[in-house]
Design a protein around this ligand. Sequence first.
Ligand SMILES: [Zn+2]
Length: 129
Amino acid sequence: MVEAPDVYCPKEKRKVPIWWCLGSYTQGRNPCPELLEATVKIAEDYAEVKCKAQKPKMNLWQRLILRLTDRLYIGHKTHEGWKGSLPHYIIECPVHGMVETYPHGYEGRLECPRCQEEENEKIDSRAED
Ligand SMILES: [Zn+2]
């Protein structure tokens, strides 16, 4: 039997088989709601995931920049459905801690994506009432 590659789960605080993230029909497990992106190469015993529970990794110097400027540039990235790429930053949210984000709207505001998600959920549930 082929063992599934392991990934570190920040919620469990330990390594877990990749199917913990992806969900598994045979194991009766639903996909993790925190999962954002997964790369799996079973043949190479390699897996990498991005999830909401992960904290961005930073060195001391980067922490200092974040503290001084309230943002830390981590590179341009593109997402599915985007025409180009946008600069991505780490910001510190008072509620969620370090979060990765990119400029929103015309003013290019940097907002915590998890706060926005929660805000959207509130609006959705209000609309249902
Ligand atoms: Zn937040």
